[in-house]
Design a protein around this ligand. Structure first.
Ligand SMILES: Nc1nc2c(ncn2[C@@H]2O[C@H](COP(=O)(O)OP(=O)(O)OP(=O)(O)O)[C@@H](O)[C@H]2O)c(=O)[nH]1
Ligand SMILES: [Mg+2]
Length: 200
């Protein structure tokens, strides 16, 4: 059984230059604005307001670092979760958008300590162009020491029939609901395995 026993907000950054010194394995949560990135971080660490979430898209505007302590069989493992601004948020000016994009690109492609990318996709909208390009983009920059995981969010919005259809299309899909806390344990153990399997 894997648990996160401690978590804390560390700091926010605008880009890679003002990010924390690297060295600790990082998990970045990325995906469209409003897909549920901040919410799933809170569900994983089991703390309601750790990462700021909101029904208004564009809530997360900086790169936010959280320290997390995993416990498995009385052993402690340290990592960081990184909450990112969403892709495709329209309600800011073009120049701010370009600046964000540049900062995010830099961070995602150059940050050494990223071990795992979690691409969140809304389980109701699985074939959006923006997600296809995010996917393509991550696959292109993925290094040998990095992994990519997909999680379908807001599973509570699907009925049984829709869930079966999703499972048929994606047999290994991780399906999660942050609000109902369904599927969160599975996501947590997938994260743990990606980061620490070799040593555990
Ligand atoms: N029903 C349901 N709603 C959810 C779930 N996860 C998140 N939400 C809601 O979706 C909205 C957006 O959630 P956030 O976690 O702020 O999304 P985000 O991806 O961090 O958004 P940005 O920071 O704007 O990029 C909020 O109103 C959440 O309450 C879920 O599993 N089920
Ligand atoms: Mg957010």
């Amino acid at each position: 059984m894997i648990k996160i026993t401690e978590s804390e907000f560390l700091t926010s950054a605008q880009g890679i230059e003002d990010s924390l010194p690297d060295g600790i394995s990082e998990v970045v949560f990325l995906g469209r604005s409003n897909v549920g990135k901040s919410s799933i971080i809170n569900a994983l660490v089991n703390r309601k307001g750790l990462a700021k979430s909101s029904s208004t898209p564009g809530k997360t505007r900086l790169i936010n670092f959280f320290s997390v302590k995993f416990m498995k069989e009385k052993q402690i493992y340290i990592a960081r979760f990184v909450d990112l601004p969403g892709f495709g948020y329209a309600k800011v000016s073009k120049s701010i958008k370009n600046e964000w994009q540049k900062n995010l690109n830099n961070f995602l492609s150059k940050r050494n300590s990223i071990r795992l990318f979690i691409h969140l996709v809304d389980s109701r909208h699985r074939e959006l162009e923006i997600d296809k390009s995010v996917d393509e983009y991550i696959k292109n920059l993925l290094r040998a020491d990095q992994k990519l995981l997909h999680v379908f969010t807001k599973a509570d919005k699907l009925n049984q029939k829709e869930k079966s259809a999703l499972r048929k299309d994606f047999p290994c899909a991780l399906l999660a609901s942050s609000s109902k806390k369904n599927g969160i344990d599975k996501v947590l153990s997938s994260i743990f395995d990606s980061l620490f399997k070799e040593v555990s």
